[in-house]
Design a protein around this ligand. Structure first.
Ligand code: NAP
Ligand code: ZN
Ligand code: ZN
Length: 351
């Protein structure tokens, strides 16, 4: 298959910095679009993966899965897009399209194995897929989203992973009027969860380990913000219907299971590498649910983008140049980001 050689940023080893490199994109297939990448967010999953914290990283790795851009080319059978349209790609770039989960719009759980936008087996070129820290992306139009034109493009990029990852469970477990929703961690996912749960009509309580974020949480729309190290405040906390755990590191979930109402659900979306111990009595008493959720399907991602446009929701971002990416990863590791780094991809041209 013919390929196009393009510029990207990636790394060859878990202990090496990212640097400029060249990668190949496949030539356009009949249903493919080529997108010129304008902005790409930096998710904590990019950090887990470049550091090989889950053990499955294939090097070289080019991360990036919160991708916003403009259509630069279309295959002969493409119907959803034309050259010049705004477009976005998130975590999913291929799936079997035939299994029960694909048919239900749950491509992330495809029986045949979903293809993620980076570090997933590449069915066309072999090796693994390369993500959005690059000039262009090529994939089947089915997995490409329309970006509502009212959204700020750079600030909308984090919606493609952080946004859908919190929207999907909040909707599934019916966050809305009359429900008390707890959000654990105010990072990329957590700060969007505050905005989205609030827009769904829920009463939102945020739990943070960072004293400096307490006021921010209220400004982002939370009804209550609790410093989790303050045991008195934790004791006074009223019970919650749903808790969304967006924490990237080990955390004692039993403390939060105890804050659920009877039949309440704690949904894990954070991906700490270590196992999470759950005490039997913490879920048996109160018929509680300890659940998980993984991103969201393509149709739901489009629904989330449209919901965010209706409610004027985007991420609070720090826009950086590609050349600052290693510093950004260091700061993300140290929990020093308010609240998402987004790379202005025009800066890649200067390399
Ligand atoms: P992030 O911006 O780094 O936010 C994580 C937050 O967790 C931090 O802001 C911090 O909030 C809290 N935190 C960090 N270290 C902590 C510690 N040692 N103890 C307690 N709290 C701590 O990361 P993100 O991009 O939002 O991603 C969050 C997690 O979700 C990551 O593990 C990521 O891989 C995962 N993720 C999962 C999915 C999925 O589909 N399931 C999708 C995307 C990302 P405070 O300062 O407020 O305490
Ligand atoms: Zn992500
Ligand atoms: Zn499938």
């Amino acid at each position: 298959m013919k390929t196009k050689n393009i510029k990207a940023y990636g790394t060859l080893a878990s202990d090496a910095p990212l640097h400029s490199m060249n990668i190949n994109r496949r030539e356009l297939q009949p249903h493919d679009v080529e997108m010129e990448i304008l902005y790409c967010g930096i998710c904590h999953s990019d950090l887990h993966q470049i550091k090989n914290e889950f053990g499955g990283t294939k090097f070289p790795i080019v991360p990036g899965h919160e991708i916003v851009g403009r259509i630069a080319g279309v295959g002969e059978h493409v119907t959803k897009f034309k050259v010049g349209d705004l477009a976005a790609v998130g975590c999913i770039v291929d799936s079997c399209g035939k299994c029960e989960y694909c048919e239900e719009g749950l491509e992330q759980f495809c029986d045949d194995g979903v293809t993620f936008s980076f570090n997933s087996p590449d069915k066309y070129l072999g090796g693994v897929t390369f993500g959005g820290f690059s000039e262009t992306y090529v994939c089947n139009e089915k997995y490409v989203l329309h970006v509502p034109p009212t959204l700020d493009l750079a600030a909308a990029a984090p919606l493609l992973c952080a946004g859908i990852t919190v929207y999907s469970p909040l909707k599934h477990w019916q966050a809305g009027p009359g429900k008390k929703v707890g959000i654990l961690g105010i990072g990329g996912l957590g700060h969007l969860a505050i905005k989205i749960a609030k827009a769904m009509g829920a009463h939102v309580v945020v739990f943070t380990t960072s004293p400096s974020k307490v006021d921010d949480a209220k400004r982002l729309g939370a009804d209550e913000a609790v410093l989790s190290s303050d045991t008195e405040q934790m004791k006074r906390q009223s019970k919650l219907d749903i808790i969304l755990d967006t924490v990237s590191a080990a955390l004692d979930v039993n403390v939060y299971l105890n804050l659920l109402k009877v039949d309440g659900t704690l949904v894990l979306v954070g991906l700490p590498a270590d196992r999470i111990p759950v005490g039997a009595f913490n879920i048996v008493h109160g018929r509680k649910n300890f659940a998980g959720s993984n991103i969201g399907g393509i149709a739901e991602t489009q629904e989330m983008l449209d919901f965010c446009a209706t409610h004027n929701i985007t991420a609070q971002i720090e826009l950086i140049k590609m050349q600052q990416v290693n510093e950004a990863f260091d700061r993300l590791q140290k929990n020093d980001v308010h609240y998402r780094f987004v790379i202005d991809m025009a800066s890649l041209k200067n390399n």
